[in-house]
Write a protein of this length. Structure first.
Lengths: 289, 263
């Protein structure tokens, strides 16, 4: 290279620099810190002493934490499944509709995403609570009184599904838009029914969108905090609740850090798996063509 | 007729999904106008009683106007500035480490928010910065910046550089050419980025739960603690005000600046 690029490179770093500084100071720094603290020894008086130990990680193998981890994974999987079931029809409709109202439909899908999750969960508490809407209708119809609709796994899954459904619909919609309608038409002309077309044409061809959607929904739901805190009560606790309690109530920061590192490793692992499958999918595409 | 019969089941399914998606918001808005505190739907009458309660509640007003609004406006401004500059650097220059920098800007979105919250809490605790407004602003800047980088990058990639070059050949400096020619053209993406940054800060709860102290309780955190204490429909009034602000920003944004959804 000649001498010219040097000042241009300097100018580029000047532009990108402030942003990178924010990332280094507030993302990299704190994450490295929890990684270090997770290897320190807990001290009830000084919170941590810099003596290396693996005790914090070993404690995660304790049956209680294993049970919470299992609950977390189970809720993540159920939420993802529910989002697939509800997300496909909506994504298909939004990708294929020629309605002039499509802008409104998208607005109705995206707006809830922008409202604080705590507000949407508050709505669910009003709907599902002991004196809530569902119970008042059930009572009016004489079907019983005071059903326990909250503080159980289905409640948490309901809340998370409503919260995260747009994360499934948006990538699915983009993927279905890329499937040319004539492919569906061809399948129909050859005698395939609607469900058959969906299963054999739409699903395989929108797989990349499905994978992105599942990944987003799963990683966000396994790190949920507010939803299990308000809709799960004392009975349904997820890893996020434990991290929060250890940080702010028990003040066992080394143990909280260890949990956070494990959670981060799991979500990071899922991401990596995703990137590799995406590459495999696009490769098999090329082969198929 | 048979066409309708074929489409009806699918239509009903779609309506049901939308009802599921919107039910909590609709219920919150309806309950906020209920004259009683029974949380009934539909409400037996209409009243502004809980809005009066909201405006006369010192903690709610403080959380809304003194904390959440101030933080969100500051974050929006800073994120647009820092993120916008970064986007210009990433699109307009080819330099070593550019791809790595591009990926790095996705970092804050990839890391689960509660882990960021916990990590930032420990970080600020060592600097004795925890529970200050500055801590909150910096943390929200971190999660809002990637969205600005994304919208502005998308806007800039669609602009033909020869326009700027034409201005420069007519005697404008590089900075003048950028400010006078390119900036007006990418106005809608910059404003979209600013709106998203505002909304992300204004509705955040996962970071704020770790980072707020007695003087820096944000609106979502105050709503959270009120719910935990079994509060009255003032919560619904406060929530409705937040929903209204977000909906207006999105609606106006979509109309006026062709808001881009950055997801």
């Amino acid at each position: 290279m000649s001498g010219a690029p040097a000042p241009r490179t300097a100018r580029a770093w000047l532009l990108v620099g402030p942003g990178l500084l924010v990332l280094a100071a507030l993302l990299l720094g704190p994450l490295l810190q929890i990684l270090t603290v997770s290897l320190f020894t807990y001290s009830p008086t000084r919170i941590w002493i810099p003596e290396p130990t693996l005790a914090n990680y070993r404690r995660l193998a304790d049956p209680y934490y294993l049970a919470v981890s299992w609950t977390t994974v189970k809720i993540g999987l159920l939420t993802t499944l529910a989002c697939i079931v509800l997300g496909y029809p909506l994504a298909y409709f939004l990708a294929r509709t020629r309605s002039r109202l499509v802008g409104l439909y998208l607005f109705l899908l995206v707006t809830p995403l922008m409202v604080s999750s705590v507000i949407r969960i508050f709505g669910w508490l009003v709907i599902l609570g002991r004196r809530g809407l569902v119970n008042s209708w059930v009572q009016k119809l004489g079907l019983g009184d005071g059903l326990d609709l909250l503080y159980n796994t289905p409640a948490v899954v309901t809340g998370l599904t409503e919260l995260l459904l747009p994360f499934m619909v948006l990538p699915l919609m983009a993927a279905i838009e890329n499937v040319h309608p004539s492919i569906e038409e061809a399948a129909r002309n050859l005698g395939a029914g609607a469900l058959h077309v969906f299963r054999r044409v739409i699903v395989p061809l929108s797989l990349p969108g499905l994978v992105s959607g599942c990944l987003l929904v799963y990683t966000v739901s396994i790190s949920a905090l507010v939803t299990p805190a308000l809709m799960g009560g004392r009975r349904v606790r997820m890893l996020g609740n434990l991290v929060y309690d250890e940080v702010l109530t028990s003040l066992n920061w080394p143990f909280a850090s260890a949990m956070a590192v494990v959670l981060l490793a799991v979500t990071g692992g899922v991401m990596l798996f995703y990137l590799r499958t995406m590459r495999a999918v696009s490769r098999s595409r090329v082969v198929a063509e | 007729m048979s066409r309708l019969a074929r489409r009806l089941p699918f239509g009903l399914i779609l309506v049901a999904i939308y009802m599921f998606l919107l039910a909590p918001l609709v219920v919150v808005v309806a309950v906020s106008f209920d004259p009683t505190d029974a949380f009934r739907f539909p409400p037996p009458g209409l009243s502004l009683r809980w809005y009066a309660a909201f405006f006369s509640s010192e903690p709610f007003v403080h959380a809304f106007f003194r904390v959440s609004l101030v933080v969100a406006l500051t974050v929006s401004l800073l994120a647009t500035l820092v993120g916008g500059l970064a986007a210009v650097g990433l699109v307009r220059f080819r330099f070593r480490g550019r791809t790595a920098a591009e990926v790095a800007f996705l970092g804050p979105i990839v890391v689960p928010e509660i882990l960021l919250g916990a990590a930032l809490f420990l970080f600020y605790a060592r600097l004795r910065l925890q529970t200050t407004l500055a801590a909150l602003v910096l943390s929200h800047l971190l999660i809002a910046m990637p969205y600005v980088v994304r919208t502005v990058t998308a806007g800039l990639s669609g602009i033909n550089r020869s326009l700027e070059e034409a201005a420069m050949s007519l005697g404008a400096s590089r900075l003048q050419a950028f400010c006078r020619v390119t900036l007006p053209l990418i106005r809608s993406s910059v404003l979209s980025g600013a709106i998203f940054a505002f909304i992300i800060s204004f509705s955040d709860i996962n970071l704020a739960l770790f980072l707020t102290g007695p003087q820096t309780v944000t609106l979502p955190v105050h709503i959270f603690s009120q719910i935990a204490w079994q509060g009255d429909p003032t919560i619904a009034a406060a929530s409705t005000l937040q929903i209204a602000l977000v909906a207006v920003l999105l609606g106006v944004g979509q109309r006026v600046f062709r808001l881009r959804v950055a997801l």
